[in-house]
Structure formats: structure tokens, C-alpha cells
Design a protein around this ligand. Sequence first.
Ligand code: SF4
Length: 347
Amino acid sequence: MYNTTAALKCTDRNSNISSTTAGSMQNHCQNRSLFEDVLCQLDGIRVLENDTLRVKVTNECSFSCKFCHREGSIKSGNLALNTASIYGFTRLHKELKLTQAHLTGGEPTSYPHCRELIGELKSIGYRVKMTTNGQFEPDLIRRLKDAGLDGMNFSIHTFDAQKLCSLQRREKNIEWGLQALRQQLENVHMAQESGMEVKINTVVQKDADIYDVLRISDYCKNTGIGFRILNDLGQGASSIQQIDVILKSMNANVENINIINKSSGGFLNMVAKDGFKFKVKCIRKNMLETLCGKCKERDECMEWFYGIRVEQANGGAMVRLCIQRQDYPAMQTFEEFFTSRQFMELM
Ligand code: SF4
């Protein structure tokens, strides 16, 4: 079986890929890193455009998962939906060709203007999805769908109530865990019934129980719901090694590698021995030179340049370019961003 650890680690050096064909990838790989070396050996490499904007709409969440990076801030507020933020979203769509808006948090369903925001983003031209903990009244799904929501990614890391409690920073009891799991599964089912695109995201920590992940993958296989494994950014290589152990136990092989141009993000399309298809997220060392070039935190960098995020900070909507830093130019107002060197580099 192909060793996925090498592809998941993606460590050696910056590799902005500008071509969209595997053939051109071969040319690109004259002086290649380990990651690129792996890419060049495989057929079916796809290079996708970075078309996604992440919008952190609130910091509030009834969960407190230990590995959650909260998009880089524990202080951001509820996003102000006003002329300035809509103007910013419109320019990002038109000038950087961002076509997917992904609502995050915190928990997006607890954001009071969720439906209005979805409506505004849809009218600009975005497809809109969200990542949710699944803790909401099921009838909200119909209202979100009517507002234009295209998909929901449910964060489910275990089906075991006790383990769910142990993943939380805030102390929880077993009754809370049982109720939270019931609610998640009911809403996954309702979202699927609604016709929306539905996925389950499972973060694998270094000590994750293999059988927990296998149970979730079986559930997805039996229900036809998409399944994606993510590593814990804060745990670096040890989380990736655990993913590798899980993939081996599934007898899973890589079908193809998808890397995203001008982003550290990407994913492997996997197929298990029984034919079940799923994805594994991977991060590679992609830098935005005008941001990362002189960064003092480079040696400790977890995510590299992933893409553009927006959040509410300092009284307005701000562009965030890095989840580890809170200073300029990692954080900028829309006004600053559209005249910045980082914007020019991304054009
Ligand atoms: S910490 Fe942020 S600015 Fe520094 S290298 Fe990483 S992504 Fe770039």
C-alpha cells in the first residue's frame, strides 16, 4: 500500500503550483521536495484553484473541543452584516475569484444573522456551506436550505458519549454527551433528507481510537454521507502518523492527490478495500511570501498560508491571513487589504 504519511506531511519547502496538469507537474519537479517527489510518482494529480473564503461568523459554541483553533481567534465577535462587509465579500468574489463561502465559528447556527448572511452571499454569487457541531433544532435545516445553504459539514469525532466529553475543555457529563450525539445524528439525517450536500469531518488526534474512526466511516458508508479525515494541526506529525495507522487498518489506497494552488490545503481521495471512498485533508508548506517571508513564527508554523478568512474584530470585519498571528499584515481591514502587497500577491 502507498504510504500516505509522506503525502500528508507535506513539509519540505514552499511549493506554489501554477499549472493544472499532471504533465506540467512533471516539469515543475526538477528540483523536487519529498512531497513533490511523491506527487510526481502518482497518476491523477489534480491542482485546483483556491476559490474558498472562510467566514467566521461567531465565536460562540456549545462545544469546547480541545483541538479547535477557532480560526485563529478566541476574541472575535458576531460578524456585523453591513454595507462594508458586503462590499468586502463582493470584491473578494470579483477580484480574487472566490466562489465558495464557508461559514465557521464557533458554531455558525448560533449566529443570529445566519440566514440573512447566506442570502447576501448567494446574491453575490457564492456557493455557501458551513461547518457545524450539529447542536440545533432540526427545523432550522429547512430554513437554512430555503435561505440558500448548499451544504453542511458535521464535525463528529466519536460516537462514544464519554469520549466526546473527554474531548471538551469545559467539563461535561455523560448525559450531555449522549444528548449531543443524538442531536448530531438526527441533524445529519435531516440535512441529508433536505437534499443538501452533507459530510462528516473527523479530526484524528495522536491517541485517537481507531475503532471510533472506523465506526464513523462505517456509518458514512451505510448512509451514503461523505466522510473526511482531518489531522489535528496542533499535534503535527503525531496526528498524521495516527491517520496513517487508521488508513492501513482500512486497507485504504490513494486514488488521487488534490492540491490547491496558492493554499496550504489539499486532500487525498482514498478508497478502502471494500470500495468505500472518502477524503483525507492534508496541509503542505505553502507560504504567502509577503506575509510569511520574514515571519518570526515560521519555525512553529502549523498551517502555513491556507486562504482568506474574515472575522469580526476591532469593531469591523477584518481579513485574516494566518491563524497564529494577530498583528498586521496577518490581520487587516478590508480597506487595507485591497491595497496591500498580500492582495497583489494573490491576484
Ligand atoms: S505563522 Fe502565519 S505568517 Fe508565519 S509562516 Fe505561518 S502562516 Fe506565515
